[in-house]
Design a protein around this ligand. Sequence first.
Ligand code: SF4
Ligand code: SF4
Length: 452
Amino acid sequence: MSSLSGSADAKVLLDAVRRAGVVGQGGAGFPTHVKFETRAGTVIANGCECEPLLYTDQHLMCAHAGQIVRALCAVMAAVGASRGVVALKSKHVEAARALTGPAAAAGVELVLLGDFYPAGDEHILVHEITGRTIPPLGLPREVDALVSNVGTLVSVSQALDGLPVIRKTLTVTGEVARPGVIEAPLGTSLAECLDFCGGSGIPDPVFLVGGPMMGRFLENRAALEQAVVTKTTGGLIALPRDSFLHQAATLSPQVMRRRAATACIQCRFCTDLCPRYLVGHGFETHRAMRAFAAGADAGPETEQALLCSECGLCEMFSCPMGLSPRRINALLKARFRELGQRHQGPREVHPEQSDLRPFRKVPTARLAARIGIGAYLGIHPEFLGACSPKRVRIPLSQHIGAPALAKVSVGTQVEPGDLIGECPEGSLGAHVHASIRGVVVETGTFVVIEGA
Ligand code: SF4
Ligand code: SF4
């Protein structure tokens, strides 16, 4: 263990969180017991939910305000923090109301932010709350901060009561008969989640898993049936196949390069509105565009792509020519990963780039209108309850790190909460637990359980 090994608070928390298989719910699923193994002066509960149309975190803040504050205080004690903050948007009126009492009683701050995108990006949020910039590719701890999503904190609170992560809350919206926030056992098919909300009323829909800005598309019902709820699933959005978002997501690299070569006017709006540039990162995406358009797939200009968070603002909002800097950066990053190439450039921060930041925040409503989802902004999905699948297909890898090792075999009877996948000793990873009562009928990269 690290410098925390002497802290009883830290040991109790880390052990409970590790046993419960908690991973970060707001991102790629980094194991929480590893993330919390640090020291930090400020702990921020991230309730900003900046993706348009999602209400998952807002529901959790309303329904579990006390648990979020309890977990925040436990994390503060474990990492030695003197400041605790719950950050959400001022438009989250009901959530703020629910949190006010518990936060005041515990002595933690409630900070209400404006409605801009991407307020929930860790780098942006830490800059908002502390005024400090995490260096490019850095972590909040480099500026004495720790950020945890409010959904993760609900799971942390439950872990302290000995309850493992076996369910996930998600928003189902868009072209859906009965848009709602629902709870689903891990491993539930996303098609079953859609059906729980009355299905989609349009012919031939496509489906976004996650939010409109950073989610990934599933092309049809068959793909939806194969995809399952995991610890990081926050949203499912049904959209028409000809929607702007789907068209943008399906452009080929060849078309993106041709368009970049013929239409990029080097206006640098993609850079000047880039949230990472605006917190002071030395990252100018228009230069990566210029190099990519000229045919370069490697070199110091394209290497900057490694600093891109893939928030999508440049291609969904900033670029007047409808080009795809985000997807091109993602393409370049994937290529660098294949080559094993890491960022070689400087990591210094340029504070002067932040001077114009207050005037360059992109309002969520304007963004939603630009990307063709304005019609769904008025939907306020209500909590519809929990769905009860007869069969679940639980991935042994729902997190960053090594997949869990199956602890069950075909024929094993399981109860909700039983350990079915164990984090390999000494590895980065997370435990996985049964989400329903039943019998194991298949094991491999998934554990399939048929309900009793
Ligand atoms: S905003 Fe678009 S046109 Fe302008 S520099 Fe960036 S990619 Fe090129
Ligand atoms: S996706 Fe675009 S706006 Fe977002 S960090 Fe990358 S370059 Fe900047």
